[in-house]
Write a protein that binds this ligand. Sequence first.
Ligand code: BES
Ligand code: MN
Ligand code: ZN
Length: 499
Amino acid sequence: MKFQGITGKFTEANVDALAIAVFKGEKATGSDLKQFDALTGGLIASVIKNEEFKGDKGETALLRFSPSGAVKAGRLLLVGVGEKAKYKASDVSGVSGTATRFLRSRNVKSFALLPRAEGDAVEIAQAAAQGFVTSQFELDKYKTKDKNEKAVAGLTLCIDGAKAADLKNGLTRGQIIGESMNFTRDLANEPPNILQPTEFAKRAQAMAKETGMKCEILDEEKMIKLGMGSLMSVSIGSAQPAKMIIVKYTPAKSTAKKGELLALVGKGITFDTGGISLKPGEGMDAMKYDMSGGATVLGTMRAIGLLKPTIPVIGIVAAVENMPDGAASRPSDVVTAMNGKTVEILNTDAEGRLVLADAVAYAEKMGATKIIDMATLTGAVIVALGDQNTGIMGNDQDLVDSLIATSKEVGEGFWQLPVSEEYSKMIKSDIADVKNIGPRGKAGTIMGAVFIQEFIDKAKWAHLDIAGTAWMDSAKSHQSKGPTGVAVRTLLKFVEKSQ
Ligand code: BES
Ligand code: MN
Ligand code: ZN
């Protein structure tokens, strides 16, 4: 992959194609488009007039022309970006991704992009490179034939008036972030027979080694010793031993307040059958994605390891398989979690919260003062928010607000749902401290959150329910279908803003 930043002479870039962002309703005779319209002999005016291209978000039109003079590319791709007033730096990742996917399908190997976004050049360049990298992720890893062998290898990014150093910095950052999102997506996409907890742990160790971080793996013996009866109750029905993965990032020079430590905690259910509360067969295959929260933690840690912010961060993944067998937990079992609380398991399919209970308690035991957990926790969040927004809940409004604001800045959507004592009462058990489900059909996503909250002691805590956003059922103009790598960008930016 080759990235280059330029600050002028866009049309003269030594590439196969030129790509420009075009606003909705923009005229070919406008001061910006005029020169490109002339270059193509009036083709822009023509496609706009014929309504072949309107400038809607994700729309594309490829124009072929005979290059002359210093111009080398014979193709100009128009990429719609929607309304000019709403277009911002973070949207450039979608524009870059849409251009990349389109041009890749036409066998183009390199292109120059004129994103025409206002704002910080580092941010725009970062978004462009990230979109370039993430748009080329495909699900074909295990195909022996019909693989997508095409690849766009080079991106030349043009931002007029930008500093060369900012462009370079942004492009490098964007490549790291894009590759880290793809790292998350590759993990999420792995079949569950290949990526079981042991393999998950190995991938984490390899990633930590490559990025210069420490990685520790707790095995079942250790977890039993620590009293993680809640997590172990999920693992007990599986032939695959559970692993607790801990990745530690320590900055060379910390700017964090003494004693402050952020932990990112992920649900890493490598396959969720539901256990004895068995899921219906139809669609169960999607439960290979039930480790997406854990994959997000590892992808974010990868980016942190490479970009080196000045605050310490630990990443924790509870990697467990949820299977039914003769040893599996039964609805009505009572188990004791690491923090001493007893849990009545009324549905073995509400397993994510059971493993997270011990994982967040462990994070606090390791000294975390701020915990962000992420999980494909409830089907209910898909009913509430669809695939547009990640559900967010927490015990500290400043932390929640800051995560929501950050999600907006990077172009992801987080939407808050409430937690309160009234909701917490709904998971009181008749025979133990808490039960792992609330009343049928009521506030399912919040029930998951208030359950996890029972295992937070003093830490500030936010919970992300990514069940609706971790993977997409269909491709978009800028990304393949399947895992999305959601929340990696938000969490990284949150960490960088916290330094
Ligand atoms: N992993 C599922 C949640 C899920 C469902 C994620 C669909 C993505 C798509 C989770 O473990 C689960 O089974 N949750 C139950 C909870 C219920 C038993 C209280 C659910 O949502 O049905
Ligand atoms: Mn489940
Ligand atoms: Zn699950």
